[in-house]
Design a protein around this ligand. Structure first.
Ligand code: 2AM
Ligand code: CA
Ligand code: CA
Ligand code: CA
Length: 271
């Protein structure tokens, strides 16, 4: 474990370097007009900047760690069900990347988007980095070593009362129906909590729970690259990440429920 620990410390430093480099490139190309492509429809978008960011991170990993596997949204998202990869055991080290998490915010100039990089050893998340290049906030964690914002330790909030909780969620606009569960869930939680927000970047929303800005976050239908880094960062910050039944969250789960821990049971009971 000590051997893994120092190797993984190096992986975290490299992931931080790759995310920062991708972030700087995103900033430098943001002055130019964007070429926006629709994937499935007008709310499922990708830009050449997503592809540039992904290429930078994938090339750095392939150069430094050719023996590691890589999964990233714009390369692997079209292959079908990315959850399937986590239904069977995985071996060795692998990287799970979202080159821009919060693309719609990015396109609209809203400064809530990030590069998200999670690293697994076999089936265990061991490192996570989430970097917002606009605010230059870098959230990071290594398993067993705590969670950090720009090098300073962070902790989930100590709030125990759901009435005092600030929650966030999100949904895929193209999946939305009037009877989508999220509609009822927002109804159940509004009034029982301080309020519910929809911020538009799952990875950063998870880091907001880890740093005590949000008390909880839930979302259906996220992909491994949205949550791999943020889930570890919350756990290392003392929070809880489960599925809808309250079992430890796995990357093959469809629903993620994250909180500071203190409100988790009350939160789950209203979903
Ligand atoms: P993205 O910006 O990388 O696509 C917003 O609720 C969150 O859901 C974001 O993290 C966003 O990631 C993700 N998301 C939005 N639309 C999506 C879609 N059609 N498929 C998968 N994830 C999506
Ligand atoms: Ca996307
Ligand atoms: Ca995403
Ligand atoms: Ca993305």
């Amino acid at each position: 474990e000590i051997e893994n620990g120092s190797y993984e410390e190096r992986l975290l430093q490299d992931a931080t370097r790759y995310a920062t480099e991708a972030g700087e490139r995103i900033l430098s190309v943001m002055k130019k007009p964007l070429h926006i492509q629709e994937k499935k429809n007008a709310s499922d978008l990708v830009t050449e900047v997503d592809l540039l960011s992904e290429r930078i991170v994938r090339e750095r990993i392939a150069g430094d760690y050719p023996e590691h596997w890589i999964m990233s949204e714009e390369t692997d998202g079209g292959l079908g069900n990315a959850y399937d990869a986590f239904l069977q055991p995985n071996e060795g080290y692998g990287w799970i990347i979202d080159p821009i998490d919060g693309t719609t915010n990015f396109i609209h100039g809203l400064s809530h988007f990030a590069i998200s990089i999670g690293i697994m050893r076999d089936d265990v998340l061991v490192c996570g980095v989430v970097y917002n290049p606009i605010t230059r906030e870098l959230y990071s964690a290594q398993r067993g070593h705590g969670a950090f914002l720009n090098g300073q330790p962070i902790h989930a909030s100590t709030e125990a009362r759901l009435e005092n909780a600030l929650l966030a969620t999100g949904f895929q606009a193209d999946d939305w129906k009037p009877d989508s569960p999220v509609v009822e869930q927002i109804g159940n939680l509004t009034g029982k909590s301080r309020n519910v927000r929809i911020l538009g970047s799952a990875s950063l929303d998870l880091c907001f729970v880890a740093s005590g800005k949000l008390t909880g976050f839930w979302h259906d239908g996220l992909y491994p690259w949205d949550v791999a880094a943020g889930a570890l960062i919350i756990q290392e910050a003392g929070g809880s990440v489960t599925n809808k039944s309250g079992e430890p969250f796995r990357l093959s789960d469809n629903t993620l429920v994250a909180s500071n821990g203190g409100v988790h049971r009350a939160f789950l009971s209203l979903l």
